[in-house]
Design a protein. Structure first.
Length: 105
């Protein structure tokens, strides 16, 4: 259970999952020396009497916010914004919604 993990255990688990799922091409494998830096959202607080907690509030887009939200597609080739706040047709706070740009990805 992730809520019982330390920051280091979270880092190890995420890095391990990336290597497990991306190392299918021997010429482009991830190795531990490839990891230069990592980041864990500071809203995830340690220690907490009830385990790790995420102090970041859930984003729920409000009525009328469409015009204020950016498109997922940028002017930079192959750079897309993936977040709950971009314009998508998934009006739900999910990673599926965060990674779907307008018109589908």
């Amino acid at each position: 259970m992730a809520s019982r993990c330390s920051r280091e255990e979270i880092r190890q688990e995420v890095w391990g999952q990336l290597k497990d799922h991306l190392n299918d091409d021997p010429e482009r494998e991830l190795h531990d020396e490839n990891l230069i830096d990592w980041f864990l959202d500071p809203a995830i607080e340690f220690p907490n009497p009830s385990g790790a907690t995420n102090a970041e509030p859930l984003l729920v887009n409000t009525a009328g916010s469409w015009d204020d939200r950016p498109d997922a597609v940028t002017r930079i080739p192959n750079l897309y914004l993936a977040s709950d706040y971009v314009r998508t047709f998934t009006d739900l706070a999910t990673m599926e919604g965060a990674t779907r740009r307008r018109g589908g990805l």
